[in-house]
Design a protein. Structure first.
Length: 419
């Protein structure tokens, strides 16, 4: 039985000292994606369970083993989102975004939930950044989206990156290939892991992801989907590679690359980092041109990716140390209630003027207040007393007295400290 005073297994608290680095991920993501025309979207934490069973795929591990599903008071089956693409496509359809200039480019920073074996870099509640471009099947959409994720990971200092790309082709080619692959798997069924055997008919491509050594040996001689694509799919993949080559983005063609969601078609890709060990995936995604139809929408092409914030931070080096957020600390010089009121007013005025400010709240001595201001990284300390305001500049070490708080704030705003 879990301890009610501990976070549930597979989850974690984001502590104050950890928040600045996560904010750095958000700032970089926002700057890169919004600079390319992507706009922020967020969807509900839970959705109708059917949205995921129809889109992600009933044969996937996510649907069969990993979803947090519950029945609400209205007897509706709801699920904490295990991924964000299907909810965003649902939102695109629900809100008539097809009427907007296409493609509609959206980005998000959201939490997801999957019941997985908790380990380093893999949690049951995790956070993702992601981008979706809906409404165009142009391979330039694929290339731009991949390039944007590469830029984000590079700016965040993720080490040992490798990009793998592949193509799952269109539905017709993939269906023909599935039959070839099923024939190969059945011919070697006695060598397959039990979970692979169980889904030969439902999801044979997932056999490429198996960690079982005997299964991997069977897959080493399996037919490859890239060898059975239609000309249109091959042309699409060739154009993608041409665009990636044009920007000198290195990649490896991986004909066995299979994403864990059934809605992918044509382009799939993944960035991995050798800094992460066995759980090396940092982010990836692909094209999902049939997803809208799976949830009763009209044919709508789309492309997207997601990257785990926890994994990014594990693989990143050289992220900038956060700058102190406190510029001014307001110290209280005596016990007079009028002095405290004046200090409170000064701190409020400073914040209204855009100066990050903290005020003494724990009854420390003047000496203790100055030590606390130094710990906070404050540039200035304004000591309020019956005589007025004394402003100390920690950078220069100089102090000066002011008759009123407006004059002291003006000195802070000028960034000069004292005369």
């Amino acid at each position: 039985m879990s301890d009610p005073l501990q976070a549930p297994r597979g989850t974690f608290d984001i502590l104050p000292e950890q928040a600045p680095l996560r904010l750095t991920v958000e700032k970089v993501t926002r700057a890169v994606l919004e600079g390319a025309g992507y706009e922020r979207i967020e969807t509900p934490t839970f959705e109708a369970t059917e949205l995921f069973t129809r889109s992600v795929g009933e044969a996937t591990d996510i649907v069969q083993k990993e979803m947090y599903t519950f029945t609400d008071g209205g007897e509706r089956s709801l699920t904490l989102r295990p991924e964000v693409t299907a909810p965003i496509v649902r939102s695109y359809l629900q809100h008539g975004m097809h009427k907007l200039p296409q493609p509609v480019k959206l980005w998000y920073l959201s939490s997801c939930f999957r019941y997985e074996r908790a380990q380093k870099g893999r949690y049951r509640q995790f956070w993702q950044i992601g981008a979706e471009a809906i409404g165009s099947d142009d391979p330039a959409v694929d290339a731009e989206s991949i390039a944007l994720l590469a830029e984000i990971l590079e700016q965040l200092g993720v080490q040992g990156l490798q990009l793998r790309v592949g193509s799952l082709g269109g539905s017709a080619a993939r269906e023909r290939y599935r039959e070839l692959l099923k024939t190969h798997l059945r011919a070697n069924e006695d060598q397959l892991a039990e979970d692979v055997k169980a889904r030969i008919d439902l999801n044979p491509l997932r056999a490429f992801d198996s960690a079982d050594e005997s299964t991997r040996a069977v897959m080493a001689t399996a037919p490859l989907l890239l060898d059975h694509l239609d000309k249109e799919d091959l042309d699409h993949f060739a154009q993608l590679r041409l665009l990636l080559d044009a920007i000198d983005l290195p990649y490896v063609i991986d004909p066995t690359l299979v994403r864990g969601l059934d809605y992918y078609a044509r382009t799939v890709f993944e960035f991995s980092s050798d800094a992460l060990g066995a759980q090396s995936g940092v982010g990836g995604g692909g094209r999902y041109d049939g997803l809208a139809e799976q949830i009763d929408g009209p044919p709508t092409p789309g492309f997207g990716w997601a990257a785990g914030i926890e994994r990014i931070l594990l693989a990143a080096e050289g992220l900038p140390e956060p700058e102190p957020l406190t510029v001014l600390f307001v110290a209280i010089g005596d016990d007079d209630p009028a002095t405290r009121a004046a200090g409170f007013a000064l701190s409020t005025d400073a914040r209204r003027a855009g100066i990050p400010t903290q005020i003494e709240l724990a009854g420390r001595s003047i000496k203790g207040q100055y030590k606390h201001a130094d710990r906070l990284g404050a540039r200035f300390v304004a000591t309020v007393s019956g005589a007025g305001v004394e402003l100390k500049d920690f950078e220069s070490g100089d102090s000066t007295a002011f008759d009123d708080r407006d004059a002291a704030l003006a000195a802070v705003l000028r960034g000069k400290g004292v005369a």
